[in-house]
Design a protein around this ligand. Structure first.
Ligand code: AHR
Length: 528
């Protein structure tokens, strides 16, 4: 197979919105307990949080973190998780049929996120609770001292408001599995009134209405319309969730599942804009893709099968190179929609369908899916370009013919650094890739490279006119790739470095990048 790509800085999606590199911590399985938090672990800090995990989280580089659920939030009493730890009640969480000790709660989590420099995004319980508890939690978190709720926070050791800006109005309320599941009309009314009340406290909050739990929900499309017709003036974002796995062993469709995410985002954007049109509004509600990942749901028997336990091993999927390539492709798709996707959270952060795995009392290690996330979050910068792609196709059962090559690129307007992310979605064929940089030579010149005068956006500098070298002259290419002769290769506690990014063989040939991308491979090609 083959693909050619032209990059032209005149064609952009928009400035990269770094909130698409978000993550998710739910009180579920071992995400919190023995995941991020384990007092008594050799690396635990004075708050009981594992510093070995915190170091990996920093390396992963999430920008925003959603908490505390997930299905868990729909039966959560936030008051149980604040105050002296010895006074906190042990409860039965019916979402995951688990014993919840409440040894980690809102203050503990927000302080942890703040220490790591990650913006928090809190969900309120609109399942078993409602407006009152939501605005009380909001005041507990964000109010200045001087009222009972914020004084309780001060007494609990947090004098400064947490100033949480982003709030989710419930979780997956369209799903019959959700505690307090609602019809679109019921949810829309509750979300509208809760949002209205939260805005009375602070009109500058960013509020996320629940959208659909996946694109195959029977209410998909109608749900978004009904919810936004009610909540349009009070919310900024509408959520989307999606988990992918090979269905009946169909790896070709699995490798192309970013197509589903792409169609999902387009449909939600169209629905939101339809509601705006009917209302005669120019407001643009954006998509909060606040749960996404590879999840082998076929291996999970469902919540009702679970024996009641504390911090059980729940859906601890082990990820392969193929899964990592898919995760890389989903990140590419999110970047391609950086203009309308306001947040995206890979679900979840530790142990539960997660890039980071731990053993209680033992080590923490990177799963294969850690790498495309960490490298994308680290290197993507500046403006997301809209590449022109001509690619051979792969036939898939689920999506028909899809491009073999999926790609996006960012260009940093200050430095001229270009980063191309690419996936070869074929299971069997190489992809001979060429990337034509001619248009960059015309418009980026040599910003930040040898011979640069420091000015940006000059034109007509091909061949070094005006003393400048043509792009990419003076720059170097670095190519990192995730690929393995065994696409099922994965990392384990015993072999945590089995799957790591390796140097690829892309070359710069004048104004053209050339590389041969092997089957099932993810790539990050940097020209700096
Ligand atoms: O991330 C696991 C679960 O998936 C979440 O609790 C729920 O929101 C979704 O169905």
């Amino acid at each position: 197979g083959a693909a050619s790509v032209r990059l032209d800085p005149a064609f952009t999606v928009g400035p990269l919105n770094r909130r698409i590199f978000g993550t998710f911590v739910e009180h579920m399985g071992r995400c919190v307990y023995t995941g991020i938090h384990e007092p008594g672990h050799p690396t635990a800090d004075e708050h009981g949080f594992r510093t070995d995990v915190a170091e990996l989280v920093s390396e992963l580089g999430p920008t925003i973190v959603r908490y505390p659920g997930g299905n868990f939030v729909s039966n959560y009493r936030w008051e149980d998780g604040v105050g002296p730890k010895e006074d906190r009640p042990t409860r039965l969480d019916l979402a995951w049929r688990s014993i919840e000790t409440n040894q980690v709660g809102t203050d503990d989590f927000l302080s942890w996120a703040s220490r790591l420099g990650i913006e928090p995004m809190l969900a309120v319980n609109l399942g078993t609770r409602g407006l009152t508890e939501a605005i009380e939690l909001l005041q507990y978190c964000n109010a200045e001292p001087g009222i009972e709720l914020s004084d309780r926070r001060v007494k609990n050791g947090h004098p400064d408001p947490h100033d949480v800006r982003v709030w989710c109005l419930g979780n997956e309320m369209d799903g019959p599995w959700q505690m307090g599941h609602k019809t679109a009309e019921e949810y829309a009314r509750l979300a509208e009134e809760t949002a209205r009340a939260m805005r009375r406290f602070d009109d500058s909050l960013e509020l996320v209405a629940c959208g659909s739990s996946n694109r195959s929900m029977p209410t998909f499309g109608t749900w978004e319309r009904v919810v936004l017709e009610r909540c349009f003036d009070f919310v900024d974002h509408i959520s989307a969730h999606a988990y992918y796995e090979p269905v009946d062993g169909d790896v070709d469709s699995f490798l192309a599942c970013a197509e589903d995410m792409d169609r999902f985002i387009r449909a939600v954007v169209a629905t939101a804009d339809h509601v705006a049109a009917v209302k005669g509004s120019d407001k643009r509600v954006s998509v909060s893709f606040d749960e996404w990942n590879v999840w082998f749901q076929a291996r999970f028997d469902g919540e009702s099968s679970l024996a009641v336990r504390e911090a059980p091993e729940l859906i601890e999927d082990v990820y392969s190179v193929t899964d990592a390539v898919v995760v890389g492709s989903l990140l590419i798709t999110l970047m391609q929609h950086t203009d309308r996707v306001s947040m995206a959270c890979q679900a979840q952060l530790v142990n539960v369908i997660a890039p980071i795995a731990t053993r209680p009392g033992g080590p923490a290690w990177r799963q294969a899916i850690f790498h495309p996330f960490a490298l994308t979050a680290r290197y993507a910068a500046g403006t997301v370009l809209r590449p022109a792609v001509v690619s051979d196709v792969v036939q898939t059962q689920a999506f028909g013919a899809v491009d073999q090559l999926l790609t996006t690129a960012t260009l940093d307007p200050d430095t001229g650094d270009l980063v191309v992310f690419a996936v070869n979605r074929s299971r069997t064929e190489d992809c001979a890739l060429t990337i034509d940089l001619d248009a960059l030579a015309h418009s980026v010149a040599s910003v930040g490279s040898t011979g640069s005068t420091g000015s940006t956006g000059s034109t007509g500098s091909v061949g070094g006119a005006g003393g400048r070298a043509a792009y990419p002259s003076g720059r170097r290419l670095e190519h990192l790739t995730l690929h393995d002769a065994d696409p099922n290769a994965h990392n384990t506690e015993a072999e945590p470095e089995r799957v790591v990014p390796r140097a690829g063989d892309a070359v710069l040939d004048g104004g053209t990048v050339r590389a041969v991308l092997p089957p099932i491979s993810w790539h990050c090609i940097r020209i700096t």
